[in-house]
Design a protein around this ligand. Sequence first.
Ligand SMILES: Cc1cc2nc3c(=O)[nH]c(=O)nc-3n(C[C@H](O)[C@H](O)[C@H](O)COP(=O)(O)OP(=O)(O)OC[C@H]3O[C@@H](n4cnc5c(N)ncnc54)[C@H](O)[C@@H]3O)c2cc1C
Length: 388
Amino acid sequence: MDFELTPDQEQFRSSLRNFVDKEIMPVAREWERDGRYPTEIVEQMKRLGLFGLMIPEEYGGADADFVSFTLMFEELSRGWMGIAGILGSHSLSCWMLARHGTEDQKKRYLPELATGQRRTGIALTEPEAGTDLQGIRTTAVRDGDQYVVNGSKMWITNARFADPLPVLVKTDTTTTPAHKGMSVLLVEAGTPGFEVTKDIPKLGYKGTESCEVVFDNVRVPAANLLGGAEGRGMQQVLSALEVGRLNIAGRSLGIAQRAYDEGLDYARERHAFGKPIADFQAIQIKIADMATQLQAARLLTYWSASKLDRGDRADLQTGMAKLFASEVALQAAQDSMRIHGGYGYSAEFEIERLYRDSALMVIGEGTSDIMRTVIAKALVAGKGRLGW
Ligand SMILES: Cc1cc2nc3c(=O)[nH]c(=O)nc-3n(C[C@H](O)[C@H](O)[C@H](O)COP(=O)(O)OP(=O)(O)OC[C@H]3O[C@@H](n4cnc5c(N)ncnc54)[C@H](O)[C@@H]3O)c2cc1C
């Protein structure tokens, strides 16, 4: 049994770590406070090839393994989770397009998505439906060689830069179960009637926008129906969300690592009653628990990534990794904040941002309770085997 990263993965992590230390850490607090879009960092991520990580080489991507994919989100989120958001839905939609798109769709979009010249996101959630995706109301009615799309979406990250934006729609509202009438359409930016109407104000996860978008009689060519056949949208999206869960688990590791680092440093430096607070057993217990939980989350996450690398379905494993790592991030941010005492509540310390950002980890790409239902369903159906 080998728990080491391969030399390529080590090298990838090390170059990302340098990049995060030099380019992201020094500006994160100020840029996030000012609500500044991190354009310069995006340009550097393009140069590093990060937008093409999940795209096959024949379309100009790196065709990376899922462990490297996880490392990317972990390292970026150690610096600033909002930056990881720019690559999150982009990467999962690129993967979905590479896996389910027609050859024409792949040739049209993937090469530019790989360089970051084009970027993307994913539009699933609606004002009245998030977890219950079969309850969406956005419709696409066929009219000759086009679809006419009407409806709205909520919380769409990267909406202002996505081109094309994959949108989950109902192409048939009469089917039972509803998912048999659902499809994904690739909607290009600037198509008349497609409008990003609002940036939703958020607790954290700044640096990247999350928006409300509206479709008012938007005409989308039938050639932009993902995979070329109606009724496959839910299946396409669910397979992408498996990859998405791994991205959130990776981000959670980055947040938890930084919260731990900040807590440990602070505990060594801060003195009370004539000694460093790190000498108090109550603080040591927090440090020990944070480190142990973090390492357990990391092993679970890399293990679930390696399952995907073997080509297996991994709902159970990625569900476990997302559930556990996100709860560890939330707890680590809170424990580190307690170690910081009153300063943890100050916007001048990193832990304040980590605390706000950690809350999203237990919501995005399926809440913790939904992860529990995903895990339980797989176990009850006999699809998942525990152990190695
Ligand atoms: C900052 C941010 C960025 C986001 N980015 C995107 C994006 O880019 N694209 C996108 O499509 N979406 C995005 N989302 C939406 C996100 O995926 C949803 O918010 C999430 O899936 C939950 O859906 P909901 O908010 O509608 O909650 P609901 O589905 O209304 O859930 C509310 C509560 O009910 C519980 N619940 C619901 N159903 C069940 C059930 N069957 N069993 C037990 N409990 C249940 C949930 O666990 C939760 O506690 C984003 C959200 C945020 C906050």
